[in-house]
Design a protein around this ligand. Structure first.
Ligand SMILES: [Zn+2]
Length: 445
């Protein structure tokens, strides 16, 4: 049976690949108003591709002028579960063409990969869903619904409205979100946790106006030095976040090899890692805090003046299991308690996004794990965390609390989604389709 599916995918692959290439040639950059027509075109092409698989398909939008999403449905056998397949048809800007080794919107095969903007993120997600449906042709084992969004790369602003307006037509027992990735070439993964985010601007004021550093230095502290001291209290000497009351949790026991960490992070020679615990704990299930911006006078032209006020932006990733309300309160408390020398502190929350912990148990997860293990020749999927946040996943969990949400995808550590030379690993892509088809079969029971 699994051999049949494998053979069928191999036979279908050239056609799936052609359809993927057709999608990549459409410049559906949602962040570029000048290419709104291309986003429309990619929605139409996506609609046509699913219509050809016998789905009842429609382009929908939250309101007039909102980005186009594609929704569709094809019923399976009486009593079979309903599976909603998610992907997005918009892409990130390609940025400087000079950074690409081949034109970003001309899909090009080199080595083991197919290069192009969206070749992986996330037009390959659409193609994987199509491929899995084609395996079954007229005999779908489950009722299939699709939801292909057109604004994921610009923050999914109208997603909550769409999910609400079309809740009945999107409701499902299982939701497969194909917009993440696998652990490594040859090692599949299910994404089960995502960190949340709290961004806060911190302003320190020590003087009502600038004064001569020779006249007042030694008595009055300048704001930059004061801010630097405050910032330095946010980590201990080991680089562990030193804010009391933040949540941390355990991560899967996976080894992230040192060479991979060095290569993928772009660490400068000799750099030491910060924090404690396994690498994946530090990246997925513990809080992290960085300074991502600083307002201060430029070095060039700096005068002998005590700087009266300075500002920094704190970007804090919070662990699955924590809440942005708790993290914001603990961070504010810490800053108030540690501000030195009676300086005036002002904090402003910039934005927040909740962390996500997916309950990765139950029959849908059993079906998925068995399918992945089979597709990867006996290698079981690992429960992967993502250090960043994907807010739309929380939207699905909230709108459909009774559904099992499976977060999968085609990406691998060298996909370079959002960067130049984005590329899809073709052999892994084939396994992703096999896995999805096996999963649909397993979900049918
Ligand atoms: Zn994506």
């Amino acid at each position: 049976m699994s051999a049949d599916i494998r053979a069928k995918v191999a036979e279908l692959l050239p056609g799936i690949r052609r359809d993927l290439e057709g999608l990549v040639r459409i410049e559906s950059v949602s962040a570029d108003p000048a290419r709104a027509g291309e986003v429309e075109r990619s929605a139409q092409r996506t609609r046509d591709l699913f219509a050809a698989e016998g789905l009842e398909v429609e382009i929908v939008r939250a309101h007039e002028g909102a980005p186009p999403a594609v929704i569709g449905e094809r019923p399976g056998p009486e009593g079979a579960p309903t599976v909603l397949l998610y992907a997005h048809h918009d892409v990130q800007p390609e940025n400087d063409h000079a950074d690409w080794d081949s034109p970003p919107f001309e899909p090009t095969e080199r080595g083991e990969r197919l290069y192009g903007r969206g070749a992986a993120d996330d037009k390959a997600g659409i193609a994987a869903h199509l491929g899995a449906l084609r395996v079954f042709g007229e005999e779908l084992p489950v009722t299939v619904k699709v939801f292909i969004e057109g604004e994921e790369e610009v923050g999914s602003d109208t997603l909550p409205a769409l999910l609400e307006q079309y809740a009945d037509r999107l409701a499902a027992d299982v939701i497969v979100i194909a917009d993440s990735g696998n652990w490594d070439i040859g090692v599949p993964a299910l994404t089960t946790s995502l960190r949340g985010l709290v961004r806060m601007d911190v302003e320190i004021r020590t003087l009502t106006h600038a004064v001569h550093s020779g006249m007042w230095g030694g008595l009055a502290p300048d704001a930059l030095m004061t801010l630097a001291r405050l910032i330095s209290t946010l980590h201990d000497d080991a680089g562990e976040v030193a804010i009391a009351g933040l949540h941390s949790g355990p991560a899967a026991e996976v080894d992230y090899p040192e060479e991979r960490l060095r290569a993928e992070s772009g660490a400068a020679p000799g750099l030491e890692w910060i924090g404690t615990g396994s690498a994946v704990e530090r990246l997925w299930t513990k809080p992290a805090l960085s300074i991502t911006g600083l307002d201060a006078p430029k070095v060039e032209g700096a005068s002998n003046t005590l700087v009266p006020a300075a500002r920094a932006r704190i970007s804090m990733r919070i662990a699955p299991g924590d809440t942005t309300a708790n993290a914001t309160a603990r961070l504010t408390e810490h800053l108030e308690r540690h501000v030195p020398w009676g300086a005036t502190l002002r904090t402003t929350v910039v934005d927040t996004g909740e962390a996500t912990q997916i309950d990765a148990t139950g029959p849908a997860y059993d079906a998925a794990r068995a399918a992945f293990t089979e597709a990867w020749d006996g290698t079981a999927p690992i429960d992967m965390g993502v250090g960043g946040s994907i807010p739309f996943i929380a939207e699905f969990l909230e709108t459909f609390p009774q559904a099992s949400v499976l977060v999968t995808g085609v990406e691998d550590p060298d996909t370079r989604a959002h960067g130049a030379n984005e590329g899809l690993h073709l052999a892994e892509f084939e396994r992703v389709i096999v896995a999805e088809a096996l999963m649909l079969r397993n979900l049918a029971g």
